[in-house]
Design a protein around this ligand. Structure first.
Ligand code: GDP
Length: 297
């Protein structure tokens, strides 16, 4: 995660902290390099611009150049601003899954990692939070996707709703709700169908399921490797369906990190989890402080 951005920034800050005394121009030059590094990491233009302006303002306001350790002061300001851009107004806290059975709706494009994330999340809720979880696949167009969830369920020891041929997604969602209530489940996770692109049918189907299930959380799964596209997908899903949080997958890959940095600022929605591999344990809660620390090395 963030290796190339992190490398670039540590180069800039190493020079800055070694320099001792700093002029306003030195700071400006360093921030110009930070801006380029952000843009190369595929952070959206407006987010990068606002970021640099905020840092610049704080750096001049705190008369950084007159301080004893000016370079470190600049790094601290950048760190705090990273935390701010990553978490917006605050930490979203834990998933809202009180009041059993609590429905969680998983939405996203095909191939984003939705089914894998559904199972990872179920395993986490079971093992860390001691929840009894039921998973149901609503992907009626792709029987293989339904079977995939069943296989993952067996692997992690989490129940899946039995597959009944010929049902539509709304009917399956209703059946999941009843089964979850009757079976004493704490949480049931609905894995909706994905498509390669956002189209009217995908949205209509997800909206119909949402209306029936009344989810406590609607988590959008997006591929973190797709950078600004991931942010655009999130904006569209949120406009059309309303999401409560985002899961960024493939953050183990050599993605440039831009999706993580722009997501909150552009969509206003918190990143709740990051996917870090194909294995069932490869999921982590998203913590702005930790991520900012990682970016700054
Ligand atoms: P869906 O079509 O959105 O349900 O996508 P899948 O859950 O079937 O995932 C598609 C592929 O991406 C599978 O091969 C997954 O193992 C893989 N995948 C999912 N999440 C991650 C992740 O965080 N990191 C990596 N490296 N691969 C992932």
């Amino acid at each position: 995660m963030f290796e190339s951005l992190s490398d670039r920034l540590s180069g800039v800050f190493d020079r800055l902290t070694k320099q001792g005394a700093l002029s306003a121009d030195d700071v400006k030059t360093a921030l110009r390099e930070v801006r380029i590094a952000l843009l190369e990491a595929d952070v959206s233009l407006s987010v990068a611009r606002d970021f640099i302006n905020a840092v610049q303002e704080k750096a001049s306001g705190q008369s950084v150049t007159k301080s004893v350790t000016p370079g470190q002061q600049v790094v601290k300001i950048v760190h705090d601003e990273l935390v701010h851009v990553l978490q917006g107004d605050g930490d979203p806290g834990a998933l809202k899954i009180d009041n059993p059975p609590a429905p969680i709706l998983m939405v996203g494009l095909q191939g984003s990692g939705k089914t894998t994330t559904t199972a990872k999340l179920a395993k986490r809720l079971k093992e860390r939070d001691g929840k009894k979880v039921l998973m149901a696949s609503l992907d009626v167009n792709r029987p293989a996707a339904m079977e995939q969830l069943q296989i993952l369920g067996a692997q992690i020891g989490v129940d899946t709703l039995p597959i009944v041929k010929g049902e539509d997604p709304v009917k399956i969602a209703k059946r999941a709700k009843t089964a979850a209530a009757m079976g004493g489940y704490d949480v049931y996770i609905l894995d909706t169908a994905g498509r390669l692109h956002i189209d009217a049918e995908l949205i209509a189907q997800a909206a119909a399921v949402r209306d029936v299930a009344q989810p406590r959380e609607t988590l959008l799964v997006v591929d973190g490797l797709t950078g600004q596209d991931a942010v655009n997908v999130a904006t569209e899903f949120d406009d059309k369906i309303g999401v409560t949080g985002v899961v960024l997958t493939r953050m183990d890959g050599d993605g440039r990190g831009g999706a993580a940095l722009s997501m909150r600022a552009v969509t206003g929605k918190p990143i709740r989890f990051v996917g870090l591999g194909e294995k069932m344990d490869a999921i982590e809660e998203f913590h702005a402080e930790r991520v900012a620390g990682r970016i700054l090395g």
